[in-house]
Ligand binder design. Structure first.
Ligand SMILES: CN(C)c1cccc(CNc2ccc(C(N)=O)cn2)c1
Length: 246
């Protein structure tokens, strides 16, 4: 998977290329992350990369010429017809489905804007999709871009190793994950659910599915709305709701 990142702060992207499973994925050549900095393409002698908005108002925008030149270089380094995604509060909400789509592309160029954003004409002409990681404004698109790099990289075969399918279990099914426990068996009087120490894998599987369903119903009913439950799932959820006095 190829990621091109247009950013004024390439060192920020080290957070995904120099730590954890994504670092190993870079070292193994499973993913490649290239940063292109518009500041390297400024033409005015002051090296400005921001510019004032027409119509006045507070804040600055990314200057068009350095951004477009950086984008041109990014396209030249990326596979042909690589799609361009701009991180923006005005974007479509990032979710598992969109992460899966981006992974299927094989490569993506991410624009991590600073200041108050970028010129609408650049968005219209150069950007295939605006993506948001949530309804809030950040100081730049770098953190959202790294969310995409991390989430998409975890879908690349070999990046996660054997926990790949564990990851696929719940969220790919559109459910929240079941609660997890590790040693000790008891903390401040709170014990690990006995079923998890029973060694009965059928019971454990059902208990975990029931927890996924119950927690999704309680915390994210919107996820259940467009999900057809199997007979077993319906039974497990009803049981959970009775036990939790719903
Ligand atoms: C139109 N445009 C490119 C833009 C406009 C304003 C701010 C920024 C940069 N700050 C960001 C980026 C993304 C998110 C998010 N919620 O994903 C939050 N803040 C970019």
């Amino acid at each position: 998977m190829y990621f091109g990142v247009i950013t004024l702060f390439p060192e920020m992207i080290d957070a995904v290329t120099k730590f954890g499973v994504t670092r190993r994925a870079c070292e193994n050549g499973l993913i490649k992350v290239d940063c292109i900095n518009p500041r390297d393409y400024t033409e005015d002698k002051f090296g400005n990369v921001d510019d004032k908005p027409y119509g006045g108002g507070p804040g600055m925008l990314m200057q068009v010429q350095p951004l477009r030149d950086a984008l041109r270089v990014a396209r030249s380094q990326a596979p042909k017809d690589t799609k361009v995604v701009c991180m923006s509060p005005q974007g479509v909400q990032l979710n598992h489905s969109l992460v899966t789509d981006i992974h299927s592309w094989g490569s993506v160029i991410l624009i991590a804007g600073r200041y108050e954003g970028i010129d609408e004409r650049v968005l219209q002409k150069e950007v295939d999709l605006e993506v948001s990681v949530g309804d809030y404004v950040l100081s730049g698109g770098e953190l959202p871009a790294m969310c995409i790099i991390d989430a998409v990289s975890r879908m690349v075969p070999g990046v996660l190793g054997n926990i790949q399918n564990a990851q696929e279990d719940s969220f790919a099914q559109g459910l929240l994950h079941f609660p997890q426990y590790t040693r000790p068996e008891e903390i401040d009087g709170m014990r690990v659910p006995e079923v998890l120490m029973s060694g009965n894998h059928e019971k454990i599987r059902n208990w975990r599915l029931q927890q996924c369903l119950g927690r999704t119903y309680e915390r994210r009913p919107d996820l259940l709305k467009n999900r057809v439950l199997t007979k077993l799932e319906r039974k497990l959820l009803d049981e959970y709701l009775q036990e939790h006095d719903f």
